[in-house]
Design a protein around this ligand. Structure first.
Ligand SMILES: Nc1ncnc2c1ncn2[C@@H]1O[C@H](COP(=O)(O)OP(=O)(O)O)[C@@H](O)[C@H]1O
Ligand SMILES: CC(=O)N[C@@H](CCC(=O)OP(=O)(O)O)C(=O)O
Length: 262
């Protein structure tokens, strides 16, 4: 079985066309492929926090998460965004089940920073893949929000790019990041292939910045942990999902090789 973890960024969730969900339904019906969605919702969390007059700040692309912020993060991610994706999948012929990383003990997490300077931001310590496999065995698409729980029963807010990378690692799945850009860009040109050294250089030159930093970092970490393929692609590119599964080039692909592509 080829597992494919598809991470949908909050930047694109509202814009995803029906064809995207139809492609997912097609993939879920194939005997050889099992798609799994992990989603973000950063812009929706920020707008809800604004409405509630709660200020929010980021450190290196991660949201500083107090207990008050965490309540809103969980409500938006595991509520509104998760159910929106499940509804769209159902409307386009797919069977989908929404769950958070807390359901079924799916994502175990611990604080990224023990001193909790950035609050309850988590990193994944284990993934219970039995929960995912029991759903994919029934041709259902798991739709997962990136909230995890610690051994101490504490909830954690996990960056969705990181959560998707960890889930792909535990499943041995390939990993596709769906965002609002066609891939990593430099001077408005799409970079089709990037090595680890090139990514590091592009971050240093600030060509890669903001939310793209956790994405490329998670992409490389996933490759290092044995994930076979990682790419970033626009959610608006028709057929990109199926092309990725069929190993055709899409968006930006990452490799650990020393070869220079740029
Ligand atoms: N070199 C780059 N190429 C493309 N996008 C970049 C780059 N560096 C930073 N970005 C920013 O990263 C954003 C995607 O990251 P993010 O907003 O976190 O998306 P998502 O919600 O899909 O995870 C792009 O919209 C763009 O503003
Ligand atoms: C710790 C941390 O930063 N968590 C993210 C979780 C959502 C997310 O990652 O959403 P995108 O994929 O849309 O960016 C946040 O609070 O915004």
């Amino acid at each position: 079985m080829q597992y494919v973890v598809i991470k949908c960024g909050g930047s694109i969730v509202d814009e995803l066309p029906d064809s995207f969900f139809e492609d997912l339904a097609t993939l879920a019906n194939r005997e050889d492929v099992a798609p799994i969605i992990v989603h973000g919702g950063g812009p929706m969390i920020s707008s809800q926090l604004k409405q509630l007059n709660v200020t929010t700040t980021f450190e290196k692309g991660l949201r500083v998460t107090t207990e008050e912020v965490l309540d809103v993060v969980e409500m938006v991610l595991s509520g509104a965004v998760n159910k929106q994706i499940v509804r769209k999948l159902s409307a386009n012929g797919a069977k989908a089940i929404g769950l958070s990383g807390i359901d079924g003990g799916l994502i175990e997490a611990e604080a990224v920073d023990e001193a909790k300077q950035i609050g309850f931001v988590g990193q994944v310590t284990a993934v219970n893949i039995d929960v995912i496999q029991s759903l994919t065995n029934m041709q259902h698409i798991p739709v997962i929000s990136p909230i995890g729980m610690g051994k101490d029963q504490q909830r954690y807010n996990i960056n969705a790019d990181t959560a998707a990378g960890a889930i792909a690692e535990y499943l041995g799945a390939s990993l596709l990041y769906i965002s609002d850009i066609p891939g990593v860009l430099k001077n408005d040109q799409l970079l089709h292939q990037l090595s680890k050294a090139e990514v590091e250089q592009l971050i240093e030159e600030a060509v890669i910045y903001g939310g793209m930093i956790p994405k490329v970092t998670a992409a490389l970490a996933a490759l290092e942990k044995g994930v076979p393929e990682v790419a970033i692609v626009s959610g608006l590119e028709k057929g990109a999902l199926i092309d990725f599964v069929d190993k055709k080039p899409v968006g930006t692909n990452f490799s650990l090789s020393e070869v220079s592509y740029v």
